[in-house]
Each structure stands twice: as C-alpha cells, then as structure tokens.
Design a protein. Structure first.
Length: 301
C-alpha cells in the first residue's frame, strides 16, 4: 500500500486541518491537499501517482458536497483500484455522506474533533499490512532488502514513532515494521530477522507477552530482543530487566544514538561469537542469549 493521501477540505489554512496534515505527513505519508471540487481532483486522477487513500473533511453547507459525494463514490468503487476513504465530520454531515456513499465503501468515519492518533492507526492498517508471500518477500514487506545488511524488526503501536524509526534505521539496516504483538508473531512465521526492537508497553499483547511467546517457540527462541521503553524510572527499568531481554533502549534517546546503539550491538555480538568460537574450537549458534550481559547483569545499550 502506497503512502500517498489526498486530503479534501475547504481550507488548508484552518489551524486544526494544518495540524492534522502535518502530523500525518510527519508519520511518513505524502499528503496532497485539494478543495472539495470535482474538477480539482480530476486534475490528479489520471496521473500515475494518484493517491489511493482519500480523507474527506466535511465542514459547512451539506449541499456543498452533493456532486463530490457522487464522484468519490465512483472513485472508491472502481474495480481493481483498491482505493480507501475516510470521512471526518459531525454526525449530520457523515449521515448525509452515507446517503450517497455506501457505508461499506468507507473505511472509517471520524467525528470532529478527530483524534489524529486514532486516524493514524487506521491508516496503518492499510499501509503496514503484510501479505505473506514467501516467493516475493521484497514486494510484500515494502523493504528493498540488502543482503549485506542486518534485518531489524521494529515493533511499536505508536504509528508516528514506528514510521519515524523506520526512516532512521533504514539507512543502516533492512528495517521492517509491525504495529502490534500479533503482527510481530505473524511476520516472524515468514521472515528471518537478526534483531527485534520491541516496545515494552503496548495494548493487547504487551512487549513482555510477545517476548514470552517468542521464547517459547524453537523457531524464534534465539532471536535477540531489545526492549524499547519510554520510561527510565527505577520501577520500569527493573520490570524490563526482570523479563531478561537482550538489552533495553530508551525512546527518548536521539535517533542517531538509537541507531548507533544497535550498530554497536551487532559489533559486540560478532566479537563475542568470535571469541567463543576461538575458545571452544568449534562453531557456535548465531545468537547467544547472554551477549548483552556484563558481569552477569543486563546493561542498558
């Protein structure tokens, strides 16, 4: 799913609309603004980069949108185009739209004032959806895999954070993403990774739950897991360390420090594997569960 969005609204100078568009853009989406006029949208329709995601922000006279509703209905129902529509408005405006646009053609309708984070979560369900085809992993994950780089899976339910981290880490690693614990488990059934950066606090399956699930399965038991946490208070840190991950990183660290910490992690892993291989005189497993320990205690990476 491409990350291009057509944002349809009356006024892009409206503070709330500008703030919403900026938040979406900062999350990694290309946002194009047009006013609710059919002719403005038709200017983009036949271009190869015409967005497949539409956000329609309803405001003002409901009669203003009569022609637009019919046109949008045609766009989202066109076979083979895989287009998606989100509505934003008050209950009356949304119900008016549903008189023309079938409800099953609308991905989600949000009442104003909209929670932008919730909107991002729904966008993520489209743009970060994995179709597990082992014969075409590059296309399905949306990552151009470089065999010379380590594969890192980033897991966070905060979509803004997730998109940002993927941009940071993709410069040095093959950076894959998952937005929930279940997505993580499903992804690992089809793809190999060298490290998982796992959000400790997530709804549903927490980071701790995911770690326990991974450790219980032979196929994933030895994949290194580093927890990401937004809190550095003693209670949280002790709780993180009690789970015995391979380390932890604070989300508040500068992006360059986070990325370099993971780079250092792999260097240290390779060095310890080489030392143990030399000492024991034979090969060791590629993942060693205690490589991030210092004097028997887990260190903050």
């Amino acid at each position: 799913m491409e990350n291009r969005i057509l944002f349809v609204a009356e006024n892009d100078q409206n503070f709330l609309i500008r703030a919403m568009m900026k938040t979406i853009s900062d999350a990694g989406y290309e946002v194009r603004f047009v006013q609710p006029e059919v002719y403005q949208i038709t200017m983009y329709e036949h271009k190869s980069d015409f967005p497949n995601i539409f956000i329609l922000y309803l405001e003002g006279s409901e009669n203003r949108y009569d022609r637009l509703f019919s046109y949008i209905k045609q766009l989202v129902s066109e076979k083979g185009k895989n287009r998606h529509l989100f509505l934003i408005g008050n209950p009356s405006e949304i119900n008016t739209a549903f008189k023309v646009i079938p409800k099953d053609s609308v991905d989600h309708a949000f009442q104003r004032p909209v929670n932008t984070e919730e909107l991002l979560r729904h966008l993520n369900m489209l743009t970060l959806e994995y179709r597990y085809d082992e014969n075409d992993s590059n296309a399905q994950t949306g990552v151009d895999v470089d065999s010379s780089k380590h594969n890192v899976l980033l897991v966070d339910d905060d979509i803004t954070q997730l998109h940002a981290m993927q941009r940071w880490f993709s410069k040095r690693f093959n950076a894959f993403v998952a937005s929930s614990g279940m997505d993580t488990v499903a992804f690992l059934k089809h793809y190999h990774v060298d490290l998982i950066l796992l959000d400790y606090e997530m709804p549903g399956l927490s980071g701790l739950d995911v770690l326990q699930m991974l450790r219980s399965e032979p196929e994933t038991a030895n994949i290194p897991v580093i927890f990401l946490t937004g809190s550095d208070d003693k209670r949280t840190v002790m709780s993180v360390l009690a789970a015995k991950p391979n380390g932890y990183l604070l989300k508040s660290m500068p992006p360059s420090v986070l990325v370099q910490s993971v780079e250092d992690f792999f260097v240290k892993q390779a060095r310890l594997a080489e030392q143990r291989n030399s000492r024991r005189g034979h090969s060791v497993a590629p993942y060693d569960m205690d490589y991030s320990e210092v004097d028997g205690e887990l260190e903050e990476l």
